[in-house]
Structures are given as structure tokens and as C-alpha cells.
Design a protein around this ligand. Structure first.
Ligand SMILES: [Zn+2]
Length: 278
């Protein structure tokens, strides 16, 4: 592998919230350590379809995850499979759907809650949570500090070449409270601060880091449809590559070929979009 990279997905954070409330990330943009662009989600701008598009680089109409009711193993090349083919070690600290899409489904609570499988053709080191029982009043989300610490531990113990972390905290907060409220102000600031506690260590360990979302949310806390509020989010990049001009609008389907290019893995035929980093 040419380089190591961590992809951090904060679920359901609209563009404006990133730019207004994530003061630590914005501070690194101001100091020149990070760059930020706007990215647009695939349609439907729903979590499951977007996770599959993030990792396969194709739209839901091609990978087949057309709603959150279509959770199955995705039969297409993705970042995990192509990183493994190139000899890289992969890890995931995410919602269990990522394991189902890219490794095996259905999710078995005991077998799949954590696994270390050095010979796997997809995820070598997985640590998952299911949010079972999630509803409007009970988020059933882990603390983000616990997730960030788990990813850091996997990087140190298993020398991951590619690691993904995904957390639903802010998506759940948005569904619960909407966005024009003190609860969301605080939740964004808290997550920004938690992330800032770990991000310098990842850079010191030699990782490039991308921090982004899977989709946005409307002021009422909805997503799935069209429009800048539901589809658009920020993407922060920490690394040495060159990117497009700061007003470029990136496409979510560019993310998978971009990550593979940075790692030094071959981009499969199925990924038709160009890497946005060179
Ligand atoms: Zn989502």
C-alpha cells in the first residue's frame, strides 16, 4: 500500500452544520492542515443506500440497496474488497449494516459483533453496534469517544491500512430534535471536540483522514429526498494530495475511487467516477 487512510462518517450532518458548528475541523482548515469541499449524496439520500454508494462508488440503482429496507450483502467490488486484493489490512468500527453490506448478512449478534479475520477478503477487523431498539426517544447509540478509541486501538494493534468509522449520533439527534435548537448546537460541538481529541494521533500514526457524512438532513430532521439540505454535506481531507478548487461540488460516487487511489489499490471497472484527489 502506498498510504494509509481513515474514513470517518458522521451520519446525517447537513453542510451548514459542519461549517457552523465544527470549530475544531474549521480551525484546521483555517490553519491549512485540512481542506474542505461540499459533497452531494446519491438518491435516495437515505442511510443504507448512501453507505453502499460510499463504499462501491456506484448509485443505488446499480448496487441495489434502494432503501433502508433492503439490507443484504452487496455483490459488487468495494473499498474493503479492493484494498484486500492489494494486500492491505482493513478495519471497521461502524453500524452493523456495513458488515452486512460488505462482508456477510444477516448480522449474527454473537458471531459478528466483533471479529478478527486476517484472511478475510473484506473486513479483517470489525467492531460493530446494531442500535437495536432505536426509536424517536431512545437513540441506542454508543458514545463517540468509545468508537474513536476503538478505531485507534485497531490501528495500533493491527496496523490497519484502511479503517472506517461510522456513527449515527447526529443523525439520530436530527431526527429527534431537528436542527434549529440548542440540543443540536451542543451535539455538534461535542462531537467536534471528541473527534479533535483523536484526530492528531491518527495523523501522527501516518494516516490520511477524511471526515464526512452520508447525507444531510432538512431543518425538520428529514432526509431521503432531493435538495441541498437533504443531500449536501461537507468533506474534510487531511493529507498531502492535491484537490479541486474550493467551490467544486463533489459527487458521493467519487469517494470510493478516491480512497482506493490514495491507498495505492487498483480502481475496479465498476467505479466510473474520477478520484477528486491527485
Ligand atoms: Zn444516514
Amino acid at each position: 500500500m502506498d498510504r494509509k487512510l481513515l474514513l470517518i462518517i458522521l451520519d446525517g450532518v447537513p453542510y451548514g452544520n459542519w461549517r457552523r458548528y465544527f470549530g475544531c475541523l474549521e480551525g484546521w482548515v483555517a490553519s491549512g492542515e485540512a481542506r474542505v469541499w461540499k459533497m452531494r449524496a446519491s438518491l435516495p439520500s437515505m442511510s443504507g443506500p448512501c453507505y453502499a454508494s460510499i463504499h462501491t462508488g456506484v448509485p443505488p440503482q446499480v448496487h441495489g440497496v434502494l432503501s433502508n429496507g433492503h439490507i443484504h450483502r452487496v455483490d459488487m467490488p468495494d473499498i474493503f474488497s479492493e484494498t484486500r486484493k492489494a494486500g492491505g489490512v482493513t478495519g471497521a468500527v461502524t453500524h452493523s449494516w456495513w458488515s452486512e453490506f460488505f462482508n456477510r448478512a444477516p448480522f449474527d449478534y454473537v458471531r459478528d459483533i466483533e471479529y478478527d479475520e486476517p484472511e478475510s477478503t473484506s473486513i479483517n477487523h470489525g467492531r460493530f453496534h446494531t442500535m437495536t431498539g432505536y426509536d424517536h426517544k431512545n437513540q441506542a447509540t454508543p458514545s463517540d469517544v468509545d468508537l474513536f478509541a476503538t478505531l485507534t486501538s485497531l490501528c495500533a494493534r493491527f496496523s490497519l491500512d484502511y479503517g472506517i468509522l461510522h456513527t449515527c449520533t447526529l443523525d439520530s439527534m436530527g431526527h429527534r430534535f431537528g436542527h434549529d435548537c440548542t440540543e443540536m448546537d451542543h451535539a455538534c460541538a461535542l462531537l467536534d471536540a471528541m473527534l479533535a481529541k483523536f484526530l492528531p494521533a491518527w495523523r501522527q500514526m501516518g494516516y490520511e483522514v477524511i471526515v464526512t457524512a452520508d447525507h444531510g438532513q432538512s431543518l425538520r430532521g428529514h432526509h431521503g429526498g432531493t435538495g441541498e439540505d437533504q443531500q449536501d454535506f461537507a468533506l474534510y481531507y487531511f493529507g498531502q494530495a492535491e484537490g479541486p478548487s474550493k467551490d467544486a461540488l463533489l459527487d458521493q460516487r467519487q469517494l470510493a475511487p478516491t480512497v482506493l487511489s490514495r491507498l495505492g489499490a487498483a480502481v475496479p471497472e465498476t467505479m466510473k467516477h474520477e478520484s477528486f484527489l491527485t
